[in-house]
Design a protein around this ligand. Sequence first.
Ligand code: ADP
Length: 444
Amino acid sequence: MSSAPSEPGPRRRQRRSLAARITIWYVAAFAVSLAALVAAIVPAVRGAVAHEDAVVVQTRVERHLALLVRRGLPAYQQAVEQAGALGDSNVAVRVRDAEGRVLFQRGDVGAAVRTASRTTSELRLELGADTDPWHAVADRLRPGMLALLAFAVLLALVGGFYVTRRALLPIRELATTARDVAVSGDLSRRVPASDGHDELTELTELFNRMLARNQQLVHGMRDALDNVAHDLRTPLTRLRGGAELALRGDDPEAMREALGDTIEESDRVLAMLRMLMDISEAETGLMHLERAPTRLAQLARDTVELYEHVADDAGIGLSVAVDTDVIADVDVMRMRQAIANLVDNAIKYTPRGGRVTLEIAADGGRALVRVRDTGEGIASEALPRIWDRLYRADPSRSRPGLGLGLSLVRAIAHAHDGEVHVESEPGHGSVFTIALPRAVSSSS
Ligand code: ADP
């Protein structure tokens, strides 16, 4: 326990780094995509600008040539010398004759950024322009683009971190609850429910359901242990008392008898322990049931066969009345145990000459197992208590029994999603019914 509180520290660090790591990955992916976008766009824009520029320079050559052809070299020369006469202040021009001799030159055409030429039969006009529209565009766009880029990356960073943290909130709450449960052992803790419909909401719901199930099981086991401890105290004390009493005397015959009683009492305690454990397991949902669609008629016949001799010896008529179509999803061994308990009681609490009938019937969606007897019946004030563990109605105390049979019947019925009830008329008999959900298909 002492090391437990130190555990959350490193885990929390790890958790934070997950949000940060996702954000960093996100921002990195975002930045790389942006860079790729710029890398793809820049050459295309640059090419388009260069193409436009070449067209412009070509148009200039045409204009210059038109002037030269129309007005002759001297006039053209004059127009060019008066800088700006053609609207072209920063151009270099060179005029050659058909043999390539330079007739006129202004500026250095060879050193210009972009050049263009036109040739007629007598002349060749070369024009160079120091235009650089791409750099002009880039210079103008750069500050705005950089600011935009910085803003986008910052937004991705802040937004990404916020969104990631929000998305991881259910996981953080899950971890907090799991840590609380691990540290305090308090199984009543639950992760706060969110109203989303995503995988994390489902995970939260499943986690809460798992906690609820664990809580139910742990409580069930605790209750079972309490009950068993409580219920065994009396017979064990009695056992010890008997042995102690026998030890005090020195009559070997009495001691032998006491030892015999002790063994008998021990067997009772063992049988009781087995039944108590069965009841507790069934009540808490820990009982392992191998359920399969089963024809209840067969179960009823098996049980009656088992009790035929007992009933004969007790002078009681035992019969079955079954609807063979009734099928229920049951663990054969456990259901047989429950039916046997009811038949056993019916024979035990019915006087010689009476009748016990085991019926299997259907009632809508329910399968009914009914044990009817013509016995002594149960007083109305005892009726609500007969299902309690260790309860035995007054007139029954003289007969063998542990007072656990009906508790087990009820626990088995509940474990099968069924119900039990009893109708009884003192002096006339009782009807015990197990009602189970009816199954449709059969494998037996
Ligand atoms: P046990 O039979 O060992 O006493 P059970 O739990 O089976 O314990 O039954 C509890 C009590 O219910 C019995 O002691 C008896 O008083 C009463 N009881 C059960 N079944 C019948 C029955 N068929 N007819 C009359 N009384 C019954």
